[in-house]
Write a protein that binds this ligand. Structure first.
Ligand code: PLP
Length: 435
């Protein structure tokens, strides 16, 4: 590290409490100070570059310093940066709400904006409960969640998350919510059997307890933070039928899977379903600014529409519908249109699958899988602190990878070229040999 980089790292450790981090571990491995970023590359102060193969926590779609998003932001700064969205409105929020509704599965015409993924989860959970309550069904005060599910880290979102590492310290604060088996087969289990068992358990829970359950919350097709566990669209189709039959809302958390990650704009499309709530964030601004959005139906909206103020959804975040973030999101949607990104990604995904061949054949690699623009595999003989050791060995080789336990995954920005993807595979193989 150069003097500049080392100095920023030292000052950071003095002043910045880093997220999702045991700070003491930085005593021997300081954070990497990044001087600038362009395309899929991060540059440190010595000019070394690192391929951002996890899209900066799954948010970046079209690269850093993207000229089209930069230009949209520069134009928006000159017009309006931020005003509150209560009692006021503005063009970027309106146009974004309209365009998202047009792109999303049918029937989701009401957009509620917030600033991050966990807030979107909170909004969907609160809206679902409050909707039933406004309709006189106050007993519907629980949420069904999936084993291995992840929906964010605020107290409410953690309550429906099932990743022990994040939950355990706060368990006494969390309300007990029923956990259903995941439809994703793990550790070589039979995918068909896992999916059937998950559906049978869902049906049994709803048959017994639908009167107390407001919603089922799921990550469609890929359970991300729970280990990139993938499952077939059939679960979504049947879960939609069962929840509708039992008067239980379906919350599709597409915070990670949305905006093309699973091969379609939204994962729900692959089962041709419309949830009652669609939670979006991360890629929505191409990784530029914090923004999230919950889309919902006329039926939910109408349950709040009344003369009584308390029957309204009196939830807010100061930066709700931030004009700069909305302008970045509109630029992202323009890129999807202009570059026909979804069609291009279909071909890109199959080229990436072919390029990953040497990894699939590696003797320590198990369970290689891919869903659209996400690929993941487990590593045999991972050993203690594998994720940390692997991430640091990868960084030494110029790639940013952050395994989840013994699961290594690739989720790069869509603009990564085939040569860059081949380099990612090559450096991952070298990393595998080193850890
Ligand atoms: C599926 C899913 N839901 C919710 C969240 C929480 O989003 P945020 O970190 O912006 O609060 C994440 C973040 O990884 C996620 O993957």
């Amino acid at each position: 590290m150069t003097a500049d980089g080392a100095d920023w790292a030292r000052r950071s450790l003095g002043a910045v409490w880093h997220p999702c981090t045991q700070m003491k571990l930085h005593e021997h491995a300081p954070p990497l100070a990044i001087a600038r970023a362009a395309g899929p590359w991060l540059y440190d102060f010595a000019g070394n570059r690192y391929l951002d193969a996890v899209s900066s926590w799954w948010v970046n779609l079209f690269g850093h310093a993207n000229p089209r998003i930069d230009a949209a932001l520069a134009a928006q700064v000159r017009e309006l940066s931020h005003i509150m969205l209560a009692g006021f409105t503005h063009r970027p929020a309106v146009v974004l709400a309209e365009r998202l509704a047009a792109l999303a599965p049918p029937g989701l015409g009401h957009a509620f904006f917030a600033s991050d993924g966990a807030s979107a989860t909170e909004i969907a959970l609160k809206m679902s409960f409050h909707c039933w309550s406004n309709r006189g069904q106050r007993g519907k005060a629980r949420y069904a969640r999936l084993a291995g599910g992840y929906h964010g880290e605020t107290i409410g979102a953690l309550g429906v998350t099932d990743v022990a590492l994040f939950r355990e310290a706060y368990a006494p604060l969390l309300r007990d919510q029923p956990v259903l088996p995941s439809p994703a087969a793990r550790d070589g289990a039979n995918p068909q059997a896992a999916l059937d068992a998950a559906l049978a358990a869902l049906q049994a829970l709803l048959d017994e307890r639908a009167g107390e359950i407001a919603a089922l919350i799921i990550e469609p097709l890929v359970q991300g933070a729970g280990g990139m566990a993938m499952y077939a669209p059939r679960y979504l189709a049947r879960a939609r039928e069962l929840t509708a039959q039992h008067d239980v809302h379906l919350i599709a958390d597409e915070i990670m899977t949305g905006f093309g990650r699973t091969g379609t704009m939204f994962a729900c499309e692959q089962a041709a379903i419309s949830p009652d709530f669609l939670c979006l964030s991360k890629g929505i601004t191409g990784g530029y600014l914090p923004l999230s959005c919950v889309l919902t139906t006329d039926s939910v909206f109408e349950a709040f529409y009344a003369d009584d103020a308390a029957q309204g959804f009196l939830h807010s975040h100061s930066y709700t519908g931030n004009a700069l973030a909305c302008a970045a999101a509109l630029a992202v949607l323009d890129i999807f249109d202009e570059d026909r990104v979804i069609a291009a990604n279909r071909e890109r995904a199959s080229r990436w699958r072919a390029l990953a061949g040497p990894l699939v054949d590696h003797p320590r690699v198990r369970g290689f899988r891919q869903c659209g623009m996400i690929a993941a595999f487990e590593v045999d003989d991972a050993g203690p602190a594998f994720a940390r050791r692997f991430a640091s060995a990868a960084q030494e080789r110029g790639v940013v990878l952050r395994p989840i336990g013994d699961t290594v995954y690739f989720m790069p920005p869509y603009i990564v070229t085939d040569d860059e993807f081949a380099l990612l595979v090559e450096r991952t193989l070298l990393t595998l040999d080193a850890v």
